[in-house]
Design a protein around this ligand. Structure first.
Ligand code: FAD
Length: 392
């Protein structure tokens, strides 16, 4: 079998490695001329993502590019510790790494295994052929295969080709900016991610082994800004906004912003709560194309890694149409639940005053009673487990 993977972000190279391991010949087409840069700056890969990478023997380079982040501590805007959450159950937990490093090591590992990745190759159209699909790219070239995998992210072209009436991505009601500060707060610990529910904005900070503190902020945004308005905001605007939003918090946010030497940029984010059509028997979606999730879930890249392994195992063990149906059955419920929880978490990041007081009382109770992330994290994939159509 031959497959074309469209998109060389996270899902693309992992899917290519998993398909190759399942004996499928694969080419990856990435629109940009090189692996993408630092959009979102840095991110966490959770234990379920690392577990999926391990299933295709690709976890080591990703672990080596990041550093362990075993604990998340939640604080209120007054500085009170609301509770802690481990990122692993009895194990080492998740890791944090720069987005550009994640893309770089996944591509390097795919290349080492002989995966053919074509950069600067943007999918424009797909047509059915008697045996599969014919993909046409913006540069006029085309390629045929038995299967086309859409790993082309939240604004997926493949999703729209599968379902021209597909709902557009949904705006997540916070803005995002992030940085690397040359300062570590006095009570900072390397690998402990502190999340501050500030009075007016959410802020996260993580001391890294390189002596810097990695941070992100989520200023609230009740309405979707005009296209490009957020990208057009200047470095000075971001700094002023963050100072203003965190002025009344007991939080290291202003000091970390001041100690950040590079220009600040911002992003809007979108999720995709429910995709009607995941496949049509010869084309299938993985990663953000199938279920983009708010950054608040911390799970987008990990779910993309899981998709890659599950899809490859289904194609290894079942004829193609059944394999794609089995893949959707195995993935849809879990991923839609993570997207829904991520959206709720984003929306709760800056509640009005009354909600804030209740939240500061409720969060400690919830964290003491149960680990709300355990069901997402404690997910294990075994490469050798056979997939059966009825049970997938
Ligand atoms: C601010 C921010 C913070 C985040 N934090 C986290 C976090 O802490 N943890 C986490 O797990 N996730 C996080 N995420 C989400 C995570 O980045 C995504 O879930 C993940 O990148 C999805 O991988 P993907 O391969 O599906 O999509 P992407 O990584 O977006 O890759 C899609 C690729 O497809 C390419 N492409 C698009 N159209 C075409 C086309 N027509 N032809 C060819 N190529 C095409 C794009 O250029 C891109 O390289 C965050 C996201 C943002 C924006």
């Amino acid at each position: 079998m031959r497959a074309i993977v469209v998109g060389g972000g996270v899902a693309g190279p992992v899917t290519a490695m998993a398909l190759q391991k399942a004996g499928i010949d694969v080419t990856v087409h990435e629109a940009h001329p090189a692996p993408a840069g630092d959009v979102g700056a840095w991110l966490g890969v959770q234990v379920n993502g690392l577990d999926a990478l391990r299933a295709v023997d690709a976890d080591r380079p990703v672990r080596d590019a990041g550093f362990p982040t075993p604990l998340i501590e939640f604080r209120s805007g007054t500085g009170r510790v609301l509770g802690t959450l481990p990122t692993g159950t009895g194990g080492p937990g998740g890791i944090s790494l720069r987005r550009s490093d994640l893309y770089r090591v996944l591509h390097a590992e795919a290349a080492r295994r002989g995966v053919d990745v074509r950069f600067g190759s943007r999918l424009a159209a797909v047509a059915s052929t008697p045996g599969g699909v014919r993909a046409t790219f913006a540069d006029g070239t085309s390629e045929s295969a038995d299967l086309l995998v859409g790993a082309d992210g939240v604004r997926s072209t493949v999703r729209t080709l599968l379902d021209p009436a597909a709902a557009p991505p949904r705006f997540v009601p916070v803005l995002n900016t992030a940085g690397y500060a040359e300062h570590t707060p006095a009570d900072g610990q390397v690998g402990r991610l502190t999340m501050v529910f500030g009075r007016r904005s959410f802020f996260g900070w993580l001391p890294a082994p390189d002596g810097r503190t990695w941070w992100f902020a989520n200023p609230p945004a009740a309405r979707e800004p005009a296209p490009d308005a957020v990208a057009a905001r200047s470095d000075a605007d971001w700094r002023a906004l963050l100072h203003n939003l965190h002025a009344s918090d007991r939080s290291p946010a202003p000091a970390l912003v001041d100690a950040t030497p590079h220009p600040l940029r911002g992003w809007t984010t979108y999720d995709v709560p429910a995709v009607r059509r995941w496949h049509d028997g010869r084309t299938v979606l993985v990663g953000d194309a199938a279920h983009a999730t708010s950054p608040a879930a911390g799970q987008g890249s990990s779910l993309a890694m899981e998709d890659a392994v599950v899809l490859a195992r289904c194609l290894r063990d079942l004829p193609r149409p059944e394999a794609l149906a089995a893949y959707e059955r195995a993935r849809r419920r879990r991923t839609e639940r993570v997207v829904a929880e991520g959206f709720r978490t984003s929306s709760a990041k800056a509640p009005p005053a009354v909600g804030r007081v209740v939240r500061d009382l409720v969060v400690p109770l919830v964290l003491r009673r149960r680990d709300p992330q355990a069901w997402v994290r404690d997910h294990h994939l075994e490469w050798d487990d056979p997939v059966r159509a009825a049970t997938a």
